[in-house]
Design a protein around this ligand. Sequence first.
Ligand code: ATP
Length: 348
Amino acid sequence: MANIIIDRIRKNFGTFQALKEVSLTVNDGEFVSLLGPSGCGKTTLLRIIAGLESESAGDIRIGDRSVVGLQPKDRGLAMVFQNYAVFPHMTVFENVAFGLRMQKADEARVSQQVKKAAALLHIEPYLDRYPNKLSGGQRQRVAVARALAVEPKVLLMDEPLSNLDALLRLEMRTELKTVLQSSGTTTIYVTHDQTEAMGLSDRIAVMHDGQIEQVGHPVDIYNHPATRFVGGFIGNPPMNFIRMPVTDGHVIAGSERFSVPPQSGPEIILGLRGEAVVLAPPSEGFQMRVRVAEPMGSHLLLTGLIENQPVRVILPAAEKVASGDVIGLKPDPARISWLAPDSGKAYL
Ligand code: ATP
């Protein structure tokens, strides 16, 4: 078993609390992303799991033994960090073989594993080169290949695809997912790129301000964000938030009435995904004043105002809407989130 239990981890840098109290269980073979904006504590948490940084309080267990106080090399994991240096005095082959040599693997296994990892990361043509003859993206792929070559039970990765161009990044994402799924590697993956986290992860832990704000399956988090922060961080465009008065337990939008959760006050925030609407005549549903209509090919992106509040919605590409139009939008009631105006928390 290679599950990872993060139990009430705290980290202070002087008086600054980088991690407030973080708990998370990653199951054997699971791929979990730590997702959040710059400075929320993702890298600090990963470095604590790896043993590169010490915790101020709390426990980390890997495969049911506490690893607190253990050296990184004794924790039974492999890691790839954003700026994880490849060894400049070794060829790419020897860099990829490094972990296997440490394990005293025989020559046949070294050769087989290096070839396999090199093929996966598309670095076979460079196996005889030294790292100073590689681009940043190629070096990053060498670092990933080195971690995968040992077939680790636990893999920690911090933005491992950040130096790749968009197309290669997408390709590597798919390859990583395939290989980690088939090998059953337990993976924690740090990223601030929500598309990457959505595509790769079995579950996502959304971090904000030194805490985990929500953990769940990507689609559940997308459809049912626990907080306004999560709804705004996940999804492109972000979830729309429209502050509305509550009348007799309902919010009224043109011809439509939506019942709100019983515990709500005189006002409520209606959370609505940009694509969870259909076009209607202006008298029906929400009235939207379209400021800009952008045909994106696959869809039509509209930016404008509903109830004088800024929104972005997505309609099928074939809809005829132009900048300056006033339209009606009927929300799908099943896809509305209701949030408290003061705390920003979703009513469940
Ligand atoms: P990014 O996506 O930018 O890498 P992150 O979410 O990984 O951000 P961390 O690197 O974990 O963020 O940093 C969390 C907070 O802790 C930041 O405010 C950072 O300035 C602070 N911090 C990190 N390392 C140290 C340190 N050694 N000393 C003091 N403060 C630190």
